[in-house]
Ligand binder design. Sequence first.
Ligand code: HEC
Ligand code: HEC
Ligand code: HEC
Ligand code: HEC
Ligand code: HEC
Length: 217
Amino acid sequence: MPQLFPRNANALPAVSLLVVLLGGLVVVVGGWYYLSPRFYEVGYMPEQPVPYSHAFHAGQLGMDCRYCHNHVEQSPHANVPSTQTCMNCHGVVATESAQLLPVRESWATGVPVEWVKIHHIPDYAQFSHAAHVNVGVGCESCHGRVDQMVVVSQVEPLSMGWCLECHRNPEEHLRDPSLVTQMGYLDEMTEADIAANRERIEQEGIKPPQNCSACHY
Ligand code: HEC
Ligand code: HEC
Ligand code: HEC
Ligand code: HEC
Ligand code: HEC
């Protein structure tokens, strides 16, 4: 009878065991890397209790970000709007909408809608919206084209390296502070705008900090 398997086929079980073990290791390490929060953050898009669309309200209806996030210029934290803000319109618009049921329930009970927070920096680092927005860093620089997002997701890593990259070259991100909520501005920025920013940085002494204690205290 001809030999079906070559002699070294005896090694096959050992080899496959090794392959399985190594494969398992790759899955574990890979999973740990990809699923750990740091990697998970870009693209993070949790499901929200109401399918509220920025693309519709901020994009199509053209509402200014500050109509809802009205603390960004005064406070470290941008606020998510209260139910009252939604009811300004939805008390009269789309009053029967099933999608808006949680908003009407919140209005009736006084219990806020439980929006899921998307962007986070750890407690040991300090960040202030007001400090950035008032000097003319647009929402777009850190949150992307929110006016085109049906569901908001995180587009920047919010890592220390990312903060510092802009702190070293702020001229590419500054604009007239009255235009911070304008979307698409970065795409239309010219060399002349950047040159004007360099001048402004010089004149106004704009100096984003790079020392540890500015962000960690
Ligand atoms: C009509 C009210 C409204 C307007 C206008 C609005 N937003 Fe929002 N925004 C919300 C609500 C409600 C949430 C929470 C639910 C969600 O994430 O979609 C939110 C969430 C966000 C988040 C995510 C917050 C987090 O949890 O990390 C960002 C960033 C944001 N908005 C930026 C913007 C920007 C930039 C604009 C202007 C282009 C804007 N928003 C306009 C209501 C609004
Ligand atoms: C300036 C007015 C205005 C404000 C403020 C506003 N909306 Fe709207 N919203 C609209 C309009 C107009 C529509 C479209 C209604 C329609 O299609 O009949 C709409 C549609 C919606 C829809 C889709 C409804 C459906 O059944 O298709 C949802 C969900 C929604 N809004 C959520 C919200 C939430 C949550 C807030 C508060 C954070 C909010 N809106 C604030 C004007 C507003
Ligand atoms: C320089 C970068 C930067 C700019 C500019 C910026 N944001 Fe943020 N935003 C962040 C970071 C970082 C967080 C997470 C903050 C935290 O966890 O404390 C955040 C969080 C948020 C949140 C969630 C609530 C909160 O404060 O944690 C909202 C809403 C928001 N931003 C809206 C806006 C809007 C609207 C603008 C423009 C008017 C804007 N942001 C401009 C970086 C920025
Ligand atoms: C797109 C550009 C940009 C990004 C991204 C950015 N910054 Fe800034 N940051 C600035 C500018 C511009 C200033 C203003 C400097 C001034 O007024 O002299 C500033 C100022 C600051 C200040 C000093 C003002 C204050 O709040 O006391 C701190 C702290 C700070 N940034 C922290 C951060 C952290 C933390 C991150 C990342 C999560 C970050 N920044 C990301 C541009 C940026
Ligand atoms: C512009 C603001 C800023 C400055 C300046 C800064 N950091 Fe950070 N740092 C951050 C932020 C934001 C994080 C959180 C990053 C994250 O969540 O991944 C961080 C994280 C860290 C961590 C945690 C480990 C890590 O990499 O996530 C250490 C350690 C640290 N910083 C040390 C320093 C030291 C030392 C300096 C001075 C040489 C410094 N930082 C300057 C913003 C800053």
